[in-house]
Design a protein around this ligand. Structure first.
Ligand SMILES: Nc1ncnc2c1ncn2[C@@H]1O[C@H](COP(=O)(O)OP(=O)(O)O)[C@@H](O)[C@H]1O
Ligand SMILES: [Mg+2]
Length: 352
């Protein structure tokens, strides 16, 4: 799979842009505020139906206009497919192969996109939300049972939290059974996924000489050793007091260990960024279908040595990649290996 063509209309500072990307490495170079992140945002929108910067589609409309659109053509399973995302008159429209689709999941299947932002080193830090999203995205592609179970779990969680707030103990117990039913499926899927990720990650990390004792571990979102059923039972009084569910896969997490100790807080920002970039690269290669990877400001936090290491890995992964940089010299090793370079200047894109 690769993105063959991209047309952007009135998205942030990109007024009207068209590009024909390279199937492998694309470099996007431009000064600050030229529109580099907006260009990655456009590709992300096509594959996810929403932005990584804002939940409000209206924010994406170029100032002074009243609509935006992004259209793409991808090559997949021996044929070309068109994709489109637009927003006008307060309404978002998703299109796949000329027809309007309701669910974002259809776009997710058509164009798997992963985004690495410049603050990626924080992924392995304190806040688990980003790790859960990372886990979610990967498990969605790896396990077909995952999405339906997750949807039902989310619904049951909302219902349980609502009845907890009104102190309805019996109803909370009933909704708890739903949580257990779907929570078990989610746990199995995520556990299997982290194991698969761990195997590939370990291989790549060892080849790149990043360490021989790196290990990813799935951490279920309830007290160790207990079943989810038992955790919900034991938590019931506390859940009623706080009006929310403390245990369950909505609190899941994973940690990276090195020689049995969590890497968090032990490594420098550069080392963390390198390891998380490798993790994200490995992740994009796990789904059965190829993925488009977006890396914003690759050079930030990475010294030249780590950058060179990552570049060597990137060129060996057979996926389509879009990488941004403020100037070509920021990526001395990658620049010459890019299939295509695009220059951005105040929202105007020109191929090099
Ligand atoms: N809705 C919008 N309409 C017009 N310009 C916008 C909008 N949202 C953001 N911008 C501007 O677009 C420019 C490009 O932003 P960005 O893509 O983040 O640039 P870069 O990543 O190259 O630094 C910035 O000057 C920003 O202020
Ligand atoms: Mg930017």
């Amino acid at each position: 799979m690769s993105l063959l063509r991209l047309d952007i209309h009135q998205l942030r500072n990109l007024q009207a842009s068209s590009l024909r990307p390279d199937p492998h490495i694309n470099l996007i170079v431009g000064p600050n505020a030229s529109g580099k992140t907006s260009l990655l945002e456009a590709i992300y929108l096509l594959g996810r139906g929403r932005s990584f910067r804002t939940p409000r589609s209206a924010d994406l409309i170029a100032h002074g206009t009243d609509r935006f659109s992004v259209a793409g053509r991808i090559f997949r399973e021996e044929r070309e497919i068109s994709l489109g995302v637009g927003f006008a008159e307060g309404e978002r429209r998703l299109k796949l192969d000329g027809r309007i689709v309701d669910a974002r999941a259809e776009l997710l299947h058509a164009l798997p996109v992963q985004f690495i932002d410049p603050t990626l080193h924080t992924l392995l830090g304190d806040a688990p939300k980003a790790r859960r999203q990372f886990l979610d995205w990967g498990t969605f592609y790896a396990e077909t049972d995952y999405l339906p179970a997750w949807r039902r779990y989310r619904r049951a969680l909302e219902q349980r939290n609502a009845v907890l707030k009104s102190g309805r103990r019996e109803a909370a117990i009933l909704w708890g059974r739903e949580l257990v039913k779907y929570g078990k499926i989610i746990e199995i899927c995520r556990r299997r996924y982290v194991e698969a990720l761990q195997i590939r990650f370990k291989e790549v990390a060892e080849q790149a000489e990043l360490g021989t004792e790196l290990e990813l571990r799935y951490l279920p979102g309830w007290a160790g050793g207990k079943s989810l059923e038992a955790a919900l039972h034991d938590d019931l009084d506390r859940d009623i007091r706080h009006g929310c569910t403390h245990s369950g896969p909505h609190r899941d997490d994973f940690t990276l260990y090195d020689a049995g100790r969590p890497v968090r807080r032990r490594l420098s920002r550069g080392q963390m960024k390198l390891l998380t970039c490798v993790l994200a690269l490995v992740q994009t290669c796990l789904p059965a279908r190829p993925v488009c990877l977006l890396i914003d400001d690759l050079a930030s936090e990475l010294d030249l040595e780590n950058q060179a290491l990552l570049t060597d890995l990137i060129v060996h992964f057979n996926i389509q990649i879009f990488i941004t940089a403020t100037h070509p010299e920021a990526l001395p090793r990658l620049g010459p290996r890019a299939g295509r370079t695009f220059r951005l200047e105040r929202g105007v894109i020109t191929p090099n």
